[in-house]
Write a protein that binds this ligand. Structure first.
Ligand SMILES: Cc1ncc(COP(=O)(O)O)c(C=O)c1O
Length: 369
């Protein structure tokens, strides 16, 4: 066997359980549970055969996104999903032996990307009540880490920092590239943009995967200083984004009302879901994003499997620091959450029969957005 480079030989890859989900109620990956705008589907259906045979053309894509977000187009680059942007950031800036500062638990793809580059990990845990470890991060930034990622709102906790707080952290750390992963910004309305454009060391990441319902097509954007964005483009392939994503992305960006309507439905359903969880006496944590953490009574893994047997997928957080014993529940429109609550109530009845459970009411269940 020819060994890969040492960092890769030692790597634990990011593996997501993504197979065989199509026939289920998918509340496990924070996807849109309904579908994209009909205009997106129509745009793809209308593509002529030469759209398949020719390499993609990108004209107008970053411009359309820039106009939607209200930033100049030279501050924007498109990627094969935000995952592609994350990879590019580590390829361009993740020097071997330099420090990658982030929090834990957070989005699981950052860590293997940093490790592949031979970076030194500095992961600060969220506080026990799932607040952001702001003081510890501010202190660590004084040591000038090479890269600092803030997932805002954080996946999986939902913890949301005020954009001004992030901008202040970045201002205090001019030698650190500060990456603000705002994948769920459509559900919070809170962004470091446009304020962060004044800084040379901030990159914000946005995606059409979740709110716009295009996870399969893979289209994400990085927004930052033109010099940074240009360096990211240097390390990506010339055709990394496929034609279907380009066409669909333009159609989605031209139909913002459809996305906003979905977001409004999700936010209403989130309030309803939280009320129901509260009523059941189940511990939960909800802040930003189209998801909620739920600590089911009894054994979490058993509960997740019992839900799965009944056709409902949620993402187990078993073994994760700070949030062990919980699962992440994606919020879709009301109809889907009603289906979830019916099945969840049944699972609680069946799985906890004979168990003496004190339904713990969380002191963390206060922050609802
Ligand atoms: C915080 C966060 N960042 C990035 C991604 C990847 O996004 P994309 O589908 O645009 O690659 C996800 C997907 O779940 C995520 O939750």
């Amino acid at each position: 066997m020819i060994k890969a480079k040492p960092e890769v030989e030692q790597l634990t890859p990011y593996v997501a359980p993504l197979e065989g989900r199509r026939s289920m109620l998918r509340l496990d990956f924070n996807e849109n549970t309904v579908g994209p705008s009909p205009k997106v589907v129509e745009a793809i259906r209308n593509l002529p055969p030469h759209a398949y045979t020719t390499y993609p053309e990108y004209a107008g894509l970053t411009e359309a996104f820039a106009a939607a977000v209200g930033v100049p187009a030279d501050h924007v680059a498109a990627f094969n999903g935000v995952d592609g942007a994350i990879r590019a950031i580590f390829d361009a800036y993740g020097e071997k032996g330099s420090t990658f500062l982030s929090t834990v638990p957070t989005f699981g793809y950052y860590k293997p990307c940093a490790q592949q580059q031979g970076m030194v990990m500095d992961e600060i845990p969220y506080l026990p009540d799932l607040r952001y470890p702001l003081d510890a991060i501010a202190l660590r930034l004084k040591a000038n880490p090479r890269l600092f990622f803030v997932c805002n709102p954080n996946n999986p906790t939902g913890t949301l920092l005020a954009p001004e707080t992030i901008v202040a952290l970045a201002q205090a750390a001019p030698h650190t590239l500060v990456v603000v992963d705002e994948l769920y910004v459509a559900f919070t309305g809170q962004s470091v943009l446009p304020a962060a454009l004044a800084l040379e060391n901030v990159v914000a990441l946005h995606s059409l995967s979740k709110s716009a319902g295009m996870a399969a097509l893979r289209l994400g954007f990085a927004v930052g200083h033109p010099t940074v964005v240009e360096r990211l483009s240097r390390v990506t392939g010339p055709y990394d984004i496929n034609t279907f994503a380009v066409v669909a992305g333009k159609a989605a960006l031209a139909a913002p009302d459809d996305t906003q309507q979905y977001v409004a439905q999700v936010l209403a359903a989130k309030t309803w879901t939280i009320e129901q969880l509260h009523r059941c006496g189940v511990r939960y944590f909800a802040d930003g994003g189209n998801y909620v953490l739920v600590w089911p009574p009894g054994d979490c893994e058993r509960m997740v499997q019992a839900l799965q047997k009944r056709g409902v997928l949620v993402r187990s957080m078993t073994g994760k620091p700070v949030i062990d014993g919980s699962f992440r529940l994606t919020v879709g429109p009301l109809e889907h959450m009603q289906q979830f609550m019916t099945v969840f109530a049944e699972v609680i009845r069946c799985e906890t029969r004979g168990l003496s459970i004190t339904h713990e009411k969380s002191d963390q269940s206060k922050r609802i957005r």
